[in-house]
Design a protein around this ligand. Sequence first.
Ligand SMILES: [Fe+2]
Length: 469
Amino acid sequence: MAKPYPKEDHLIGNFAPLRMESNVDDLIIEGNVPLEINGSYYRNGPDPKFSPRGGKSHWFGGDGMVHAFHINNGKVSYINRWMRTVKWLKEHEAGEALFPSGMDPTDTDPSVQGLETDGLANTSIVSHAGKLLALEEAHAPFEFDPFTLKSIGSHTFDSKLQGPVTAHPKVDPVTGELLFFGYMADGFFSDTIRYTSVSKDGKISKSELIKAPFPSMVHDFFATENYIIIPVFPLTGDFERVINGGPAFAWEPEKGSHICVMPRNGTAKDAKWIEADPTFVFHYMNSYEENGSIICDCMEFGLPPLFPYADGTMPKQSEAEAKHARWEIDIKNSKLIKTSLDNITGEFPRFDERFALRKYAHGYYAGSIGNHPKGMSLNSIIHYDYNTGERKSYTTAEGGAVGEPVFAPKSKDSKDGEGWLIATEYNGAENRSNLIFLDAQHVDDGPVATAQLPHRVPYGFHGWFENRA
Ligand SMILES: [Fe+2]
């Protein structure tokens, strides 16, 4: 019999796991889903199948569940499935959690001690070279069927992949390459980062091992036509600290930020490190080169949410709020110059990815507008125009929340920003979720269509739109 889940913040309300798999053939729709949208929107997130072990759990530690909305001819169908990882299969068989649900690798049931796993597949989704992949950041990508969501398994690029893969690879829309890195590349708590590029046809074309200043959790990176940039922040990993009863990952601001800039056509020997004040970014929007500098837009925190200091105490979570910022990296003078773009809290930045790694003008993210609990509470879809500095927003009803807005272009040739934003929306009053469609140029008009699910999509992480138009 399944045990009750502890009443931890990430296991209650709309964080609570859905714990079921379902199909809804034809969702009820208010408004009109634009007929130009033909494709699938996928959303990944943690949905722990069993109550966590030992009372030490973390939001990031739940089993990956993919929610797919197949959209065609104004109709939307829905399917959700857990990814059948080694962990999921072993725990399904045992009827209880066997693997750590938190960040402590020692918290493992003896029956699976030492067993090699393929991760959680719970963070994001990317499509490349005909494969749809669920990503986490400590393992290889996990392939699944785009329609049935049936698990296919670990994808290791013809067994050539070395080390883990970030949840945030970049697809270069011009060359068709997939670019990614993996931190702790030589094993958990190692201080190396491996950068890999994959050709348009899915073959690894470059693999470079870079030594970082210290082992740390590195969630995202950014790239331009000619550079890859991997910022390393002082969210450190330390096995000795774990042995002594401390946290596996901790915020050590005194170690500063270190930004690796490497030419895409170079090697690890060409990597240059730029030092900067302590800061923290989970997610970058987009980046490009201009006048010898690298411009990057991001959601920047003063300190990371959900992680303690090295002594185990938690920083004030009200200080762990991200704000929209522009970074300019002066490569020649090794300087980082920052500009604040907005004062509202936000996260989950996305843009029209046909313009990835190149100059663009429109960014989108989930933000907090009006009264909201301090920390992170995202109730609005934001559009930011980088040409004018104008912000437009759509705010959901009280008690609701929105997920990451993913861009779907109006057509293959439409201009930057001409298209729709697709996002999940939690309806707090009815305790269920919607998939909403907004005109990306007029988000303040509210959704043009709302597809209603009879149940919740728990708060999760990242989405992907697979365009079949
Ligand atoms: Fe992420």
